[in-house]
Design a protein around this ligand. Structure first.
Ligand SMILES: CCCCCCCCCCCCC/C=C/C(=O)SCCNC(=O)CCNC(=O)[C@H](O)C(C)(C)COP(=O)(O)OP(=O)(O)OC[C@H]1O[C@@H](n2cnc3c(N)ncnc32)[C@H](O)[C@@H]1OP(=O)(O)O
Ligand SMILES: Cc1cc2nc3c(=O)[nH]c(=O)nc-3n(C[C@H](O)[C@H](O)[C@H](O)COP(=O)(O)OP(=O)(O)OC[C@H]3O[C@@H](n4cnc5c(N)ncnc54)[C@H](O)[C@@H]3O)c2cc1C
Length: 667
């Protein structure tokens, strides 16, 4: 079967890997990206970016100072949003940005991820008509400023206020304390001249909770901060260093009434407040990013898996049998066990990410028609997915990094940066432990609804089912039935953990604790239930994708799905065993199946990551390059280090040489 990545001059080990491929890599890539046409467009964009001299990098970003890297990123962003703007569809934009700029952020990241979505979904018609065309035409750049130095998670305690002044029909926006400064918003520090700012709405002395307001921060002509505004960059971070995450203080800044985002909640000129149809519609921009970040985080893990797999096929170290040749490190079982589950998880996350994006679009449609009934389900799912996927992705990328040995530690591998970017997602858009509790709240309601025989939405329908005995290992031979047996076991486990957590909570309440304190005493168990609910959703989503896949890729997807299920079950063995639903023999069976899966997938490993269809430029990894010619490329990469511009560094000349000289003269 064809692997379409084979080219003359490639590393022969990689070519051999590709020759053993049992499926059509283009078919799988087309399935992943939705269609052949999408795949072709993806390639076209990659090729055009590589050929565009405006995107050329004289030296890799890794060797630039932060300021120079920000500069280079801004320069490329201008090219994207002027020259390229009309050449790509909105849905192709993330790929174009990844190709042209990279993953560490760019001046319009928050403009796209949160500013435009907030205005689109929360501004009333008048404000939208005035500001959206300007924002869409990039006449202005905006961000989303919610988090403060003292509060990020607990939005109810944000301190920034928007106090309505009826006499002038203005809001007075104020930062009352040092820790009330906005702190962290992306692109706030230097790039944005506008922001959606989240403030406590105060009318006649009454606090009506967090609401969003459009605030101009900088002069449109000079880009200087406007009077009453203190704004700047918060400094270097683990990653995202081409993003100017910023601080902001507002000193009684006045804005017109109509700059409150009033599509849902409204304040009339006389100060009458009308609440929204759902109390949390003001939080819509967060749901938007949570729904979209699942897919983009799947892509980050896919990159790491591609780097680790290709490099492991090229790298030869040690022997399996005495007297045999040095083997490709991909032949070690430990290496396969480290990397192959990451390939499977990357596919699983990408599939789940696509499903949740569709669910988000449906929910938004409902809200536009005055129906917010799909929102609780979406909020529970996106909260769980963002937490599970970012954590899983971070662990996975770190496994991939370690699997590349010493070279994985070098920025040349691209893996340290990938890890830094990925783990940001564990914190932003709601700290993971906190968001898992949001999912758990929904599950607790689901447990009650199930007890009362009420109808349940599809994502929690399993809460209303009855458990049979686990058939894992008892349905031998037939892979389809084995998949079903495992999915049923996962359903049982997700249900059992939710019911157990609910009972533990109730027990504490009956024991005299208030609901909230009792909740805090069971949150570890609550979060376990949320994780398994989410992992069940991911497994079900992968299964739906497998069942709807064309026959040409069904077999390889089925192998990958088997590995995914076996790995997840072994990873969650504690939960499967805890209530005796599975026994030790069944866990041993799952492990045996997992080791078989590693062997089954081995010939297709490189081809599976080739189907992620990530160009060399986008991958930005000397170890993961498509042609596998890593050693020469490593040397060429290192030569660009600024420490190599001269043979004798000033640091050596000024300090080390005199020290050695002095010590020699003492002898
Ligand atoms: C094209 C797009 C591309 C995007 C691609 C992605 C790339 C991304 C690049 C990187 C960008 C990074 C940008 C980062 C941005 C940020 O981090 S912005 C700041 C994000 N901040 C947070 O997420 C804060 C987390 N905190 C909260 O969300 C809330 O405070 C809370 C924890 C949810 C609690 O809120 P609170 O008001 O106290 O509510 P509760 O009492 O807990 O709950 C009451 C009920 O409301 C429900 N609920 C809560 N939130 C929502 C929601 N968003 N939607 C719907 N419903 C919600 C909650 O479940 C409760 O329901 P009931 O149980 O029924 O009462
Ligand atoms: C890379 C990056 C980009 C960001 N971009 C933006 C942006 O564009 N705009 C913006 O407004 N913000 C942004 N943020 C801020 C981000 O949204 C917050 O940092 C995040 O929501 C976490 O809030 P916190 O910092 O207050 O953490 P804290 O809430 O202080 O968390 C600290 C610890 O306390 C625990 N904790 C807190 N509350 C609870 C609870 N109720 N139950 C159990 N444990 C709890 C947490 O689990 C965590 O372990 C960004 C952050 C990062 C890292």
């Amino acid at each position: 079967m064809p692997n379409r990545c084979i080219r003359p001059g490639d590393n022969p080990d990689l070519t051999k890997e590709r020759e053993t491929c049992t499926f059509d890599t283009d078919e799988l890539a087309a399935n992943l990206y939705g269609s052949r046409r999408n795949l072709e467009r993806r390639r076209e964009i990659s090729q055009k970016v590589s050929a565009d001299p405006d995107f050329a990098d004289p030296i890799p970003h890794e060797f630039l100072s932060r300021e120079k890297a920000v500069d280079a990123t801004a320069k490329k962003s201008k090219v994207i949003f002027q020259k390229w703007k009309n050449l790509v569809k909105p849905e192709e934009m993330p790929h174009l940005v990844n190709e042209a700029v990279g993953i560490q952020g760019f001046p319009l990241a928050l403009h796209h991820a949160m500013f435009l979505p907030s205005l689109n979904s929360q501004a009333d018609d008048d404000l939208a008509a005035e500001i959206l065309p300007r924002a869409k035409a990039y006449e202005i750049i905006g961000t989303y400023a919610q988090t403060e130095m003292g509060h990020g998670t607990n939005l109810r305690e944000l301190e920034t206020t928007a106090t309505y002044d009826k006499t002038t029909q203005e809001f007075v926006i104020n930062t009352p304390t040092r820790k009330a400064m906005k702190w962290w918003p992306g692109n706030l520090g230097k790039m944005s001249n506008y922001a959606v700012v989240c403030c406590q709405l105060i009318i006649d002395g009454k606090n009506l909770g967090p609401h969003n307001f459009l605030v101009q921060l900088r002069c449109e002509k000079t880009h200087e901060p406007l009077p009453g505004i203190t704004v700047g960059d918060i400094g270097p971070k683990i990653a995202y260093n081409t993003t100017d995450n910023g601080f902001l203080a507002l000193d009684n800044v006045r804005i017109p009434r109509r700059q409150m985002l009033m599509k849902h909640a409204k304040v009339s000129p006389d100060g009458t407040y009308t609440p929204p149809i759902h109390a949390k519609l003001n939080y819509g921009a967060m749901v938007h990013v949570r729904a979209h970040m699942i897919y983009s985080h799947g892509h980050l893990l896919a990159r790491a898996a591609a780097v680790a797999t290709r490099y492991s096929a090229v790298r030869r170290q040690g022997r399996i049998e005495n007297g045999g040749p040095e083997v490709q490190i991909l032949d070690y079982q430990t290496q396969q066990h480290r990397i192959f589950p990451q390939i499977a998880r990357a596919y699983a996350i990408l599939f789940a990410g696509q499903e949740v994006r569709d669910q988000y679009a449906k929910t938004l449609e409902g809200i536009a028609n005055g129906q917010a009934d799909l929102l609780p389900d979406l909020h529970a799912l996106t909260s769980g997915l963002k937490s599970v996927v970012t954590f899983m992705g971070g662990l996975g990328i770190e496994q991939c990094r370690m699997s590349c040995g010493g070279h994985g530690y070098s920025d040349a591998s691209g893996l340290p940066k990938l890890y830094g970017v990925q783990i940001g997602g564990c914190t932003y858009e709601g700290e993971n432990m906190v968001m898992l509790q949001q999912t758990a709240r929904y599950l607790m309601k689901g447990v009650k609804w199930a007890e009362q025989g009420k109808s349940l939405s599809p994502s929690i329908a399993y809460l209303g089912k009855k458990s049979g005995k686990s058939l894992i290992g008892l349905k031998g031979g037939d892979i389809t039935r084995e998949h079903e047996a495992i999915l049923e076991t996962l359903e049982h486990t997700a249900r059992r953990l939710a019911i157990d957590a609910s009972q533990l909570w109730e027990k504490r309440i009956k024991g005299g604790e208030c609901k909230e304190r009792a909740w805090n005493g069971v949150t570890v168990e609550m979060n376990r239930a949320s994780r398994v609910y989410t992992r069940l959703f991911m497994a079900r989503s992968f299964h739906r994708r497998l069942l709807s896949s064309p026959s040409s890729i069904r077999s390889v997807l089925s192998d990958l799905f088997s590995l995914y299920l076996h790995y997840e079950c072994v990873d969650m063995a504690q939960h499967l065993l805890e209530d005796g639903h599975c026994n030790g023999g069944q866990i041993q069976y799952l492990k045996k199946r997992l080791y078989e899966d590693l062997t089954t997938l081995r010939p297709n490993a490189v081809s599976l990551v080739d189907s992620f269809e990530i160009s060399d430029r986008e991958l930005n990894s000397v170890l993961g390059r498509r042609d596998g010619n890593v050693y020469e490329a490593l040397f060429q990469w290192a030569k660009q280090s600024e420490l190599n511009y001269t043979d004798v560094l000033p640091a050596v000349k000024n300090y080390m040489m005199p020290m050695m000289e002095e010590n020699r003269s003492k002898l």
